[in-house]
Design a protein around this ligand. Sequence first.
Ligand code: SAM
Ligand code: FES
Length: 347
Amino acid sequence: NQKSFIDKLHKEHTLTKEEWITLIEGRTPELSEYLFSLARKERHRYYGHDVYVRGLIEFTNYCKNDCLYCGIRKSNGNAHRYRLSEEDILNCCKEGYGLGFRTFVLQGGEDGYYTDERIIHLIRMIKEQYPDCAITLSIGEKSKESYQAYFDAGADRYLLRHETYNHEHYRQLHPSNLSPVHRQQCLRNLKDIGYQVGCGFMVGSPYQTAEYLAEDMLFMKELNPHMIGIGPFIPHHDTPFAGEAAGTLELTLYMLGLIRLMIPKVLLPATTALGTIHPKGRELGILAGANVVMPNLSPTEVRKDYLLYDNKICTGDESAQCRHCLEMRMKSVGYQVVTDRGDSLNI
Ligand code: SAM
Ligand code: FES
């Protein structure tokens, strides 16, 4: 039965595909509570009650890709496009440093304006001014040479969600010029180079099944990343998936708990999307085994334009507000935000 699969996962950190499917399909509120209590135990063993924060700088919403789910896809003519200058970005870092951030996440669409040369210069400038901070890049699929050059310039980590392992499902979510094989190869290249790497997927994306989620679990077990970013799919009104249902809080929390037991030392964010589908989503994510939050550090003027999905939270808030808001939220469930680079123990 399902409870014995959770015990097996807790002990052996791995399951067969059939066991994953049974565990995902057969979830109940009681089973979830049991899972979350074990997930917290594992999380406390390695990370205590600390919550790591990452300052997220959304520096461009130009994108050459056309992912069907994403609000900043190139076909969305209603998106108001912007890009931050290097000076803008450095100002975000300055403010973030003062607020206690020791990791900056540079995220953006795949924007040709930001050539390797510009990205490298930016990394150098940030590292020169904030040598005690980690830089995480999240700028999509690049050649191994480019990844190597960013790494040599000082980038420490890279987030590239694999989105879905199953090839057919990948094609249902992306135009045909994008390939799951290429994306997965990017993740392996990033690991080879020496980055701390994060993969991940959306929970409840259109056409997703328990079998596909099981395949995601097997893939992630094999890749053994340092970080895993998951959040609910949320429709955006100007995309082909405008009329699709959002992923649920309940399944997202359940997947967070399963991931914590599968890779106990992984860094696991309670994402903004989770906070968007439920007012206490991020707190509940922490209680399900997550140990990272990524408040927004982007200038308030551009926040409403980095709209990947509808009703995104924090688009009207100042960085300091978000930082303090999250501190209070984490405290409310018995955890504390720490001023730390927050490197992964999963090495
Ligand atoms: N361009 C980079 C990339 O592709 O990795 C980074 C930015 S991309 C917008 C960041 C992530 O947003 C994607 O990996 C995807 O999982 C998530 N995302 C996009 N649209 C979403 C939606 N409608 N609901 C939830 N998450 C979404
Ligand atoms: Fe932005 Fe709460 S995290 S206002």
